[in-house]
Design a protein around this ligand. Structure first.
Ligand SMILES: NC(=O)c1ccc[n+]([C@@H]2O[C@H](COP(=O)([O-])OP(=O)(O)OC[C@H]3O[C@@H](n4cnc5c(N)ncnc54)[C@H](O)[C@@H]3O)[C@@H](O)[C@H]2O)c1
Length: 241
């Protein structure tokens, strides 16, 4: 089988980095995208232990020009895009909706929702042309239930699920599968400093390790999940059950 070419956004840290490291051991060609140059380069160095077919592209997913840049870089380096892990995201400081300032709301929507949209916009076109491809959008448990003090974030992730379902319906006939994952709490830079009791972490009484998310992403971009499309896959230890 031809080597799968995979773009991962938010590859500089957490879920994106662990997914990159896992996919490097599965012989994927990798296009690593992150806003943060240094952490992106660090991930590139880590994956190069297993996989020479890898590049890093510095890009802000909320900017159309930058999204075009990483799509073009993928095509130039490897000729096509087989899988897209639309994962970059940010959290905003906790706040009640009434106290949430407009700029903070705009920023979280811009990165988490518009960024996911722009990635889909440009990558879907490529995949449609080739009548093949698979996409995983990183939503969140906050995308399927409300989360107090995280109104902007929760709205952005509900939006990601809306985009996922729409894309799955629109592009399924073109041979492209699109699914969303909804992690609960994961031990990454994003959750550093957040205190939570075992009960708050759900029935398994712990946060997830990022490799537990990466394993599901690897499954969703593989042929083993060939009939999974438009799914909203919770990876939350039963938190939202
Ligand atoms: N950690 C959790 O508990 C958790 C739970 C559910 C969903 N998620 C989602 O998982 C995804 C990854 O989060 P993580 O926990 O690995 O966080 P993280 O902070 O460890 O990693 C996120 C990466 O995205 C990059 N990034 C941020 N804004 C960007 C932009 N505009 N353009 C390009 N790159 C940008 C950051 O530089 C960072 O490297 C996010 O979409 C997040 O919302 C995380």
């Amino acid at each position: 089988m031809e080597q799968q070419v995979v773009i991962i956004t938010g590859a500089g840290s957490g879920i994106g980095r662990e997914t990159a490291k896992l996919l490097a051991t599965k012989d994927k060609a990798l296009v690593l995208v992150d806003f943060d140059e240094r952490s992106g380069q660090d991930t590139l160095n880590a994956v190069k232990e297993h996989q020479q077919q890898a590049i890093f592209v510095q890009a802000d997913v909320s900017k159309s020009q930058d999204v075009k840049k990483y799509v073009d870089a993928a095509k130039e380096a490897f000729g096509r895009i087989d899988a897209f892990i639309n994962n970059a995201g940010i959290l905003s400081p906790p706040s009640l909706l009434g106290d949430l300032d407009e700029e903070t709301f705009d920023r979280v929507i811009s990165v988490n929702l518009k960024g996911a949209f722009l990635g889909l916009k440009y990558v879907l076109k490529e995949m449609e042309q080739r009548q093949s491809g698979v996409i995983v959008n990183t939503a969140s448990a906050a995308g399927i239930q409300g989360q107090p003090h995280m109104g902007g974030y929760s709205a952005s992730k509900h939006g990601v699920i809306g985009l996922t379902k729409t894309a799955a319906i629109e592009y399924g006939p073109s041979g492209v599968r699109v699914n969303a994952i909804c992690p609960g709490g994961v031990i990454t830079n994003m959750t550093k400093g957040f205190e939570s009791s075992p009960e708050e972490n759900g029935p398994l009484r712990r946060l997830a390790n990022p490799t537990e998310i990466a394993n599901v992403i690897a499954f969703l971009i593989s042929e083993e999940s060939s009939y999974v499309n438009g799914a909203v896959v919770t990876i939350d230890g039963g938190l939202t059950s």
